[in-house]
Design a protein around this ligand. Structure first.
Ligand code: ADE
Length: 225
């Protein structure tokens, strides 16, 4: 999968993709992540990328020209399955979006800043608008990092143990059960006996019960769905 990210703060996106699973996914050829500095595309003499909003009001708006030029250039090179705009007024990101997006070949992600982008960019280019939560970030970069992380780990072959993404929270509409590792007894706090029984069917049953209990308690909305 190829992911192109358009941002005015490319530095913010350096470290999230240069460690651990994200780094390995790129080294192994499962994901190709390209960061584009929108400012590089500005034809303005001071390379500006924003301007005052029509109608007045506080806050600057990202201008059409550099974003449109960048997207148009990239679109001459390949066809994008989705052009995503990260924005607090987008659809709330869910595991189901990540599952679907992880199967795509080329996606483009536009990070908003200031008061956001000129509406015409959204109307003319964007196919999906995503929010990572009901709060406002300073820009779309951290949202883009969350989205890319959540979907790259789902690309087949990215995780060592392929089944581990399938047992994540949300994959079956339930939260994941508690997990334990050594020591068996930490200052009197013991690992549930069933996990040491070696009885796989019983362990699966226990984990499923724990998932349901946890979901009922913490995210009853998931059970309503
Ligand atoms: N940009 C600013 N806030 C955001 C949010 N909650 N999700 C995605 N992009 C954003």
């Amino acid at each position: 999968m190829r992911i192109d990210i358009l941002t005015v703060l490319p530095k913010l996106l350096e470290s999230p993709f240069n460690d651990s699973i994200m780094k390995r996914a790129q080294e192994n050829g499962h994901a190709e992540i390209h960061i584009h500095n929108i400012r590089d595309y500005s034809t303005h003499r001071q390379k500006s990328v924003d301007d005052y909003q029509y109608g007045g009001g506080a806050g600057m708006v990202m201008t059409i020209q550099p974003i449109a030029d960048c997207i148009n250039k990239l679109q001459t090179e390949r066809i994008y399955d989705e052009l995503i705009y990260m924005t607090p007024d987008g659809e709330l990101l869910e595991q189901s979006h990540c599952n679907a997006l992880s199967l795509k070949k080329n996606i483009l992600i536009l990070c908003g800043h200031y008061k956001g982008v000129d509406q015409r960019i959204r109307d003319l280019f964007i196919t999906k608008e995503i929010s990572i939560g009901s709060y406002v970030l300073s820009g779309g970069e951290l949202g883009a990092a969350v989205l890319v992380d959540a979907l790259v780990r789902l690309i087949p072959g990215v995780l060592n143990d392929e089944t581990s993404a399938l047992t994540d929270s949300f994959q079956d509409g339930l939260l994941a059960p508690p997990v334990y590792t050594r020591p068996e007894d930490y200052e009197g706090h013991k690992v549930p006996e069933i996990l040491m029984s070696g009885h796989n069917a019983k362990i699966d049953e226990w984990r499923n019960e724990q998932s349901i209990l946890r979901t009922k308690k913490r995210r009853p909305d998931l059970l309503d769905e």
